[in-house]
Design a protein around this ligand. Structure first.
Ligand SMILES: Nc1ncnc2c1ncn2[C@@H]1O[C@H](COP(=O)(O)OP(=O)(O)OP(=O)(O)O)[C@@H](O)[C@H]1O
Ligand SMILES: [Mg+2]
Length: 382
């Protein structure tokens, strides 16, 4: 009996982003998956009537690999090649890395093809994700280290301030004077010193708040329940409108068919709020001028790659503003902690937002030009 033309589990190949084909030893195509069909823009039926050698600008490496596999010289061959993208656009080619593996005793060959640009992009994304993880761990440890002495410093400054009340031995002794100092001098002295202790206390509080925000996502456990994304959006919208009742127009474009999903509502509200707040901060001038616009749009997207995984269904929340855009200088780093493009910013808003969304297996992407900045939250749906 002949082996089936398509290996078991072929349906699963259609879920792959990688282009996959199965060919006979002479290159006659037996199977092509959906990714390949879409890329070459030729129907699967037409593909399986043809020969894989015709798919490439230069068929040489493919032919040699097929020969080597047929003669059992190798079990796997790898090479780079130019894949003809569409028959109607002859110049349109795609640089791919091809892996050809012997499939069975019949001499059939499994071909996997990955777009080289996509491969390097994935590598880059993975590297930057790892770097971000390492950075965060480092910051978290540092935050812990700072937190403890900080309490001590603040406490000491408070004690110092209390000491500034008339000391038990009197001001004369305290200040090392022969005569008691006049009242005004005493008061001035105390006031002057209190200003210093106040600076210490105030700065300690500021650092404490920063450190607390650095530690937040790891301290607060997730409170998981059913989340309706529009409830999240509405909470943020009302909060932000109460902050800016004038000058800011918030448009809504919701796809109400989006199902609920399991998640932490408060975390997601915080994530969306951080993004929206950045938008309002960037639009400060246009809010004052009354021309600031914000859009909250929800959609369901299909077959979407999020991080390393591909998801059948995902929720997409777009937050668009018409502000000046993300400054070029920090464009590649805005999700990194402590990276800020504005006066007084602590650079934690987006780090936290990204953390919260990642805890929902999602991600945040952005795209920004002057006049239009899009932040997109993507979360897999069940
Ligand atoms: N919608 C936006 N338009 C323009 N720039 C933006 C936008 N969103 C973020 N940015 C830029 O990204 C930077 C980083 O944002 P992030 O929220 O992480 O930190 P921050 O706002 O500076 O401080 P924090 O949120 O911790 O108070 C911002 O300082 C700003 O320069
Ligand atoms: Mg912010």
């Amino acid at each position: 009996m002949n082996a089936p033309a398509v290996p078991a589990g072929a349906d699963a190949y259609d879920q792959l982003v990688t282009m996959v084909a199965v060919a006979d030893a002479d290159g006659h195509c037996r199977f092509a998956n959906a990714a390949l069909e879409n890329t070459i823009a030729v129907s699967r039926r037409a593909l399986v009537r043809g020969n894989v050698l015709d798919w490439f600008v230069d068929a040489g490496p493919m032919r040699e690999t097929l020969h080597a596999l047929a003669r059992d010289e190798v079990t796997t061959g790898r090479f780079e090649a130019q894949l003809k993208r569409a028959p109607l656009a002859p110049g349109d080619v795609l640089l791919v890395r091809v892996t050809a593996t012997q499939l069975d005793a019949e001499g059939r060959v499994l071909l996997e093809m990955v777009e080289i640009e996509q491969q390097t992009r994935q590598d880059r994304e993975e590297r930057s994700l790892e770097l971000a993880r390492a950075n965060k761990a480092l910051l978290r440890n540092l935050a812990h280290e700072i937190k403890n002495p900080l309490g001590g410093i603040r406490g000491a400054a408070q004690l110092l301030e209390m000491e500034l009340d008339p000391p038990p031995g009197g001001w004369r002794r305290k200040l090392g004077l022969r005569e008691p100092p006049p009242k005004a001098v005493r008061a001035g002295f105390v006031r002057g010193l209190t200003e210093y202790t106040q600076v210490i206390i105030h700065e300690c509080d500021r650092l404490q708040a920063l450190v607390d925000r650095l530690l937040v996502p790891h301290r607060a456990p997730q409170v998981v329940g059913d989340v309706n994304i529009h409830e999240v959006c509405e909470r943020v919208r009302l909060l932000i409108l109460s902050e800016f009742p004038l000058g800011l127009q918030v448009e809504r474009d919701y796809d109400i068919s989006i199902p609920e999903f399991r998640g932490d509502r408060e975390q997601l509200i915080q994530a969306v709020l951080n993004i929206v707040r950045n938008a309002t901060e960037a639009m400060a001038e246009s809010i004052a001028a009354g021309s600031a616009r914000l859009l909250l749009r929800t959609r369901i997207v299909r077959q979407r790659t999020i991080g390393k995984g591909r998801h059948r269904l995902a929720l997409e929340l777009l937050i668009r503003d018409n502000g000046p855009g993300v400054p070029d200088a920090i464009r590649d780093r805005i999700f990194e902690p402590l990276v800020s493009g504005r006066e007084g910013g602590s650079g934690l808003g987006l780090t936290l937002a990204q953390d919260f969304v990642q805890q929902h297996q999602g991600t945040i992407e952005f795209d920004s030009v002057p006049g239009r900045t899009d932040f997109t939250i993507l979360i897999p749906l069940p």
